[in-house]
Structures are given as C-alpha cells and as structure tokens.
Design a protein around this ligand. Structure first.
Ligand SMILES: C[S@@+](CC[C@H](N)C(=O)[O-])C[C@H]1O[C@@H](n2cnc3c(N)ncnc32)[C@H](O)[C@@H]1O
Length: 229
C-alpha cells in the first residue's frame, strides 16, 4: 500500500511532449508523464479511460503497459489518428464526453486526461465542441466538465483515481485561474486529494503553472490510501 503522496518516477524536469512533429498547437502528454501515473495508480489489466483522448497518448502508453483502454474523442480526424496508433481500434469511441453517462461504459480503474482549455474572458470558441462552435461560455464549460466527471465518478472502482492535467492560463496581462476553477468545479462531484505540480523541461509563457489534480470518488472508503499498486 502506498502513502497519500504518490511516488511518481519522473525526472525533476518533465519532458513536455514526445511528438512535436504533428504541427498543431494542441498540447499533449509526454509518454513519461503517463507512464509515471500508470505506474503509481494502476496494475496490469486495469481499465484506463481518457475522456478527451486527443492524440491518444494515454491510450497508447497504457496499452504498451498491459492495461486495458477506453478513449472518447469528439473530433473524427483525431479518432482516426488514435485508432491508427492503438492495437484495438474498437477501444476508441467517437463521442461527446458530455454524454458519457449515456454510453453504458464499464467500471473504470483509472482516468487521466487533459481537457481542452478555455480562458475566463474573450474566448468564444467552445472547447467542448473541439473549438468547432463559437458559443463558448466559461461558466457552462465548468458545469459541463462537472457533468463529465460526475458520470465518471459513478464508474470508478474502489481505490480508483481520476487525474486531470490543467494549467492556469496567462493571456496578455491577465491570468485565468483555470486550474483552480476546474479543481473547484470537479470537487463538486469527486473528492479532491492533491495537486501535483509539473515542472516541465520547456515551460510555456502562456501558463503560470501546470498541475495534475488527483481525485477519487466520494463513495470510495479507501480514500487516503492512494494507489492501486
Ligand atoms: C488537450 S487535447 C488532449 C490531448 C491528450 N492528453 C494527448 O496527450 O494526446 C483535448 C482533446 O479533447 C477533445 N474534445 C473536446 N471536447 C470534447 C468532448 N466534448 N468530448 C470528447 N472529446 C472532446 C479535443 O478534440 C481534443 O482532442
């Protein structure tokens, strides 16, 4: 049994991305970050969910480490991209995570994602439509993330953790405390356990800091004894 603070086997400076050649500016995890969380919080055979699968980093690394995987992604071209990277394309579902409760998903042993980001003001693009519509609304965005994580909470097995990677965003002279706002919003439906500060090897000037927020289910009586390993 591990203590409350997970032992993440990460270097002091974390590599930020493994695939800069893709040519777009949507952030992705490094394999090393995913490996460290899977090592700390899962066992082989566990089911790992990424509800905002993006380029599939969580799923590809989890598969490589002998975990079962499930990914949701709203943009068809990204779904295709991920399906080409994993060994079982049927584990990648083209779906809107906001409808997760209707998808009849199995129990989840761990979830790790970086949701699409949004600033508090001047952000008409809606992150939760993959920035495809101009009806962005910060309050609704936070509420909808709460809906996603409320549904995930219903699926978490005993001891399972939900980890959200999110930054506080610097735009011009202002900072949107997105990490705090997402943390507060998701805390309405999941129990907040701790934040892990990511000290990236090449930090961006558009955030003040980057975090992984760790949650568990309110129903989970094993909370405090973090980790499944
Ligand atoms: C920041 S990216 C995740 C990147 C991922 N961590 C990686 O390393 O590849 C967020 C992803 O969420 C997707 N997305 C946005 N809204 C969504 C929704 N409502 N349901 C599912 N996926 C969504 C976006 O299309 C985008 O690919």
């Amino acid at each position: 049994m591990r203590g409350m603070k997970p032992v993440l086997s990460l270097p002091a400076r974390v590599p930020r991305t493994d695939s800069p050649e893709d040519g777009d500016d949507d952030d992705r995890f490094s394999d090393q970050l995913v490996e460290a969380f899977l090592e700390a919080y899962t066992r082989p055979g566990d089911l790992v969910l990424d509800p905002f699968a993006g380029f599939g980093t969580t799923l590809v690394v989890a598969e490589r480490m002998g975990r079962r995987t499930l990914g949701l992604e709203i943009l068809p071209e990204r779904v295709e991209h991920i399906r080409a990277r994993v060994s079982d394309p049927s584990t990648v579902i083209e779906a809107d995570a906001r409808r997760l409760a209707t998808l009849d998903l199995p129990p989840i042993d761990f979830t790790l994602t970086s949701p699409p980001y949004m600033t508090r003001t001047d952000h008409p693009e809606n992150p939760l439509t993959g920035y495809q519509t101009l009806d962005g609304d910060y309050g609704r965005y936070l509420d909808e993330l709460t809906v996603v994580y409320g549904a995930i909470g219903q699926l978490l097995t005993p001891g399972a953790k939900a980890v959200i990677n999110v930054s506080n965003l610097r735009t011009g002279g202002t900072v949107s405390p997105l990490a705090w706002d997402v943390g507060a919003a998701v805390s309405r439906v999941l129990r907040f356990e701790q934040e892990i500060i990511l000290d990236w090897d090449d930090p961006e000037d558009w955030y003040t800091n980057d975090y992984c927020l760790v949650f568990s289910s309110f129903d989970d009586e094993s909370t405090g004894a973090a980790g499944r390993a």
